[in-house]
Write a protein that binds this ligand. Sequence first.
Ligand SMILES: *Cc1c(COP(=O)(O)O)cnc(C)c1O
Length: 394
Amino acid sequence: MTRFEPNLRIPGPTALPPSVREAGGRQMINHRGPEFAAMLARILDGMRPFFGTAGDITMLSCAGTGGLEAAVVNTLSPGDRVLGVSIGSFGDRFARIAAAYGADVTKIEVDWGRAADPATIADALRADPTYRAVLLTHNETSTGVMNPLPALVAAIRDAAPEALILVDSVSGLGAVPFEMDAWGVDLVVTGSQKAWMAAPGLAMVAASPRAWAAMETARMPRFYLDLRAHRDAHARGETPWTPAIAVVYQVDEGLRLMAAETPAGIFARHEACAVATRAGLEALGFELFADAAARSTTVTAAMVPEGMDWKAFNGDIKRRGVILAGGQGKLTGKIFRLGHLGSVTVGEIVDAIATMEAVSIAVGRSVEPGSAVAAAQRAALEAAGTIRPALAGA
Ligand SMILES: *Cc1c(COP(=O)(O)O)cnc(C)c1O
């Protein structure tokens, strides 16, 4: 018999805690009434520590991609020079959005699996002082790479003090530390279905004073995604258009759980899940895809071994109730990905590794029963500091 609920290990949408699911089923309310206003205020306040900003945060009813589109159309004009730093398919998407609206985009394409290099970006900006904006991906979900965002932002600020820094942190924000104001990020986008433990449907976008000022002169067309309309409506406790109320309920409940856990607790849990995943997959004989120096805390990508029938292998894993993600774009069939963000626990990671271990043994791969589970468990305990050094070295 398969389990009642699969262990959904894709990097978004992420599994919902029971109370979040129940929140989504609540009766509708007037989105122009006081209950909604109170909920919206709670959400925007609750998100502030995760964004690390004292500025305005806006909540849009759309996918994360809508948030990226909002980043572009609100701050830029057709013909603006834009440097798109792409380390994977989401970086490509961000650049394509800017090009679709008439920006003059130059791309820095980093080999997939690696992080962007601060010096390379700085050189490009110094070589052409006309750049109006730089597009960055914080966590590249397609490759399992987390960019060193503070270093990248510092290098950009140094090389091009006036350039706007627009960041896709759809799969990072909420799961890992983010200090928008302290780092000098001008605009950042995140999405309800990744770290926020809610269903898809909301994008949250925060902008710096410089980005808000840019919106007054930017000439790309915008209406539904106009961030000024959202900011002004939020000041009245509303959204400009009817919001995805069921998802708003869920984000409200998700944030209640997140506040109880504390940001530090959430970040440590994600770190423990990430190291457990890496250790478990490596013990199963999988080579991790991302550069060791830049591995993501929210999603791990591993190579499909030469000669493995991935479809059959993954089919067996899926039948046992563990849902993994495949590769995207040019990585289709070459890698698989295991998501560890949102409501994830170390127990769920160990469970996923146990299932992959059982299937590995069943198909005749040389794996010692229990070895990958032990490796994952050990890594998580070490990360949590709850294992004695003597045992850690055993
Ligand atoms: C998921 C994701 C997106 C897109 O979000 P959608 O809601 O699917 O539009 C963009 N960027 C990154 C890094 C993501 O992980």
